[in-house]
Write a protein that binds this ligand. Structure first.
Ligand code: GTP
Ligand code: SPV
Ligand code: MN
Length: 610
């Protein structure tokens, strides 16, 4: 039996409740060794991982890893939120009774770490000193060293965060066991995996993966699911799958902050890290705060504040290039400590490649392996399968991003001027429509629709609703979630404006009507100016749209026809959408009357617009 006390003593882990928790789970998973880690262990752990072949060198201070080929994305069917209150059952959270899930996972994890090291990762999902710090501490136990290395990049890791807790019991207990990946029946009726957030126990039990949100438990399971639940329980905050950025007008000194929810793989990272388009670069600066999670609360001054609880970026590799996201490329250069997962790799040159990194793949395929490790040179004629997995990613720290905001670690957070929602929608949704009414803004978030992506196992391209981009992370019933939104944002005396954006309208031939990427800043600038009453826009039944003249279009490559279409409302198409929305909202118990009123107002406005 491993000596838990000794390992914790050596690491200076004093919090008695944390010690009990580690001992309790060590007795279940029965590891051979226990190691408490902190961020300072990074270099040593990297060396060990390289020596063990878990990571491969990908240039100076850059690393490459592959996950098991059936373990490449979150699995929504296998992910559950468990509580002891049946009222928490929603449409999307796969609710289960807490006792049942705790027992089931404890059994699955029993003895599962035999022969392995249990790493104890004390972490904080907040800048230290944050008003929400009480909800941010956690301790992940994992049997996988690459998971430790990812956690060190994605969260703040060290024993002091847990020793110094005001309430020694206020930490999230997050247990990760990889399991025997080749024998878990992934995607079959006999699937052994389970990813459970036992929310009213503040306990996360994930079994059967070592990939991304399934395994880095600070990020999605704590930072989103658990925090979503804690936000409602405490009554003081929201935890959302949002990016967060700042815009400065260097001419006037004005500064705005925009938070926004887009479903997975729909452009949060790209937008959050964007640079001003060349033609506007002298005047505007964009500062990066976060690309995937924001926690929001109301400050003493009556404004809504937001902060990014993460310490790093787990970004989609596909299509990341000099044009789409130059700052991301800078953040994964030599010496950055980046870890790539499931991109293509060349062990001879230590290079990596993914679809869209360059227009064509490397011409000389010598040495190149696809994401499964198979040689490209041995592919059959006509095999056009991608070299990199579509959900392959890079993991780097916020501080590596060249345009990270100077105050990104300020515990005060930043005041939010606008909350935007957007998804992949190939028709109907215009470039941007501003919404000033709170209930209509929340209604818009709840009816966010997007075409599915590869970030979750599922069918690419199919349209599905994804409320506030939280569908995979929703912790309790949607109607209560809507009420909580109305309560939190409604408590602000100087609240944000809302807007819906869409960079993804397509023409009949499939081309994107809007050039996107850096040009997206133009839509945000219009929105900020609209909020400040500097432009008036054009009222439509579904919000206020910019006129062509109001958008700063200097240097944009777009045809007049495409521009007209993305600044127009297709009334009939919208009326059809309203019937789908009605069915979508009807699924939710206890949906606040304000939301139904907003729905009826928009419907009536569309009907009156004939
Ligand atoms: P998660 O990390 O999964 O939550 O996703 P994310 O929302 O951060 O996704 P990300 O920013 O990495 O976007 C993924 C995909 O969207 C990439 O394939 C991008 O090329 C594409 N994308 C992002 N912005 C734009 C845009 O403005 N226009 C077009 N056409 N594609 C875009
Ligand atoms: C997402 O899928 O939305 C992600 C990646 O941000 S993961 O951390 O794997 O959930
Ligand atoms: Mn995400």
């Amino acid at each position: 039996m491993v000596d838990v006390e000794k390992a914790l003593d050596e690491a200076g882990l004093q919090n008695p409740r944390v010690r009990e928790y580690v001992a309790q789970w060590a007795a279940v998973t029965q590891p051979d060794r226990i190691e408490v880690v902190s961020a300072a262990d990074d270099e040593r752990l990297l060396k060990e991982a390289v020596a063990a072949g878990e990571l491969l060198p990908a240039g100076e201070g850059r690393y490459y890893s592959r996950s098991y080929f059936k373990d490449t994305a979150r699995s929504e069917e296998r992910t559950v939120v468990a509580t002891s209150r049946e009222d928490d059952k929603g449409v999307y959270n796969n609710w289960k009774p807490a006792a049942e899930m705790t027992e089931l996972l404890t059994e699955r994890m029993r003895g599962a770490s035999a022969g392995k090291t249990m790493y104890v990762i004390p972490y904080l999902m907040a800048p230290p000193g944050s008003p929400l710090e009480a909800y941010a501490a956690g301790v992940e136990l994992t049997d996988c060293r690459p998971v430790v290395l990812h956690m060190i990049r994605m969260s703040r890791v060290g024993v002091d965060y847990l020793n110094d807790l005001e309430d020694p019991d206020s930490f999230v207990r997050a247990v990760h066991v990889t399991g025997d990946l080749p024998n878990l029946g992934q995607g079959t009726p006999d699937d052994q995996r389970y990813f459970a957030t036992v929310a009213d126990d503040r306990t996360i039990l994930h079994y059967g993966s070592s990939y991304g949100g399934n395994a880095l438990l600070g990020k999605i399971a704590h930072g989103l699911r658990q925090a979503c639940y804690d936000g409602r329980e405490s009554g003081i905050f929201l935890a959302e799958q949002f990016m967060l950025l700042g815009i400065t007008d260097k001419e006037t000194g004005k500064r705005w902050h925009v938070a926004g929810g887009f479903p997975s793989a729909s452009g949060k990272t790209n937008l959050a890290m964007t640079l001003a388009p060349d033609a506007l670069g002298d005047r505007y600066r964009v500062d990066f705060y976060g690309d995937d999670i924001a926690w929001l609360w109301v400050g003493d001054d009556g404004r809504v504040y937001a902060m990014n609880p993460e310490f790093g970026v787990f970004g989609v590799a596909k299509d990341t290039n000099e044009k789409t996201n130059p700052t991301a490329l800078d953040s994964i250069g030599d010496g950055s400590g980046v870890i790539f997962t499931n991109v293509a790799y060349n062990p001879q040159t230590e290079e990596v490649w993914w679809e869209g990194k360059t227009k064509n793949p490397p011409e000389d395929v010598t040495g190149w392996q696809d994401w499964k490790g198979e040689l490209i040179s041995e592919r059959e004629e006509g095999d056009t399968s991608p070299w990199a997995h579509p959900n392959s990613r890079f993991t780097t720290t916020l501080a590596n991003v060249p345009n990270v905001a100077a105050d990104f670690e300020d515990p005060k957070g930043v005041p939010v001027d606008a909350i935007i929602f957007g998804g992949r929608t190939s028709d109907r949704e215009p470039l941007v429509r501003a919404i000033t009414d709170l209930a209509e803004g929340v209604y818009d978030g709840l009816t966010l629709g997007a075409e599915a992506t590869f970030a979750a196992e599922g069918v690419d391209g199919q349209l599905r609703y994804d409320p506030m981009s939280m569908r995979p992370f929703m912790a309790y019933a949607e109607g209560d979630y809507a009420a909580h939104w109305l309560k939190i944002i409604g408590a602000a005396t100087d609240g944000p404006i809302f807007a819906h954006v869409n960079w993804f309208q397509r023409g009949e031939d499939g081309h994107f009507r809007w050039p996107g990427y850096r040009d997206n800043l133009r839509a945000l600038l219009w929105l900020c100016r609209y909020k400040d009453a500097e432009v008036t826009g054009r009222q439509t039944p579904v919000g206020v749209l910019p006129t062509k003249e109001e958008l700063e279009l200097d240097g944009v490559e777009i045809t007049p026809e495409d521009l007209d279409i993305i600044l127009t409302i297709d009334r009939e198409r919208w009326q059809q959408e309203m019937t789908f929305r009605e069915a979508h909202l009807k699924q939710f118990d206890r949906l606040p009357e304000e939301i139904w009123e907003a729905h009826r107002r928009v419907s009536a406005a569309l009907d009156a617009d004939a």
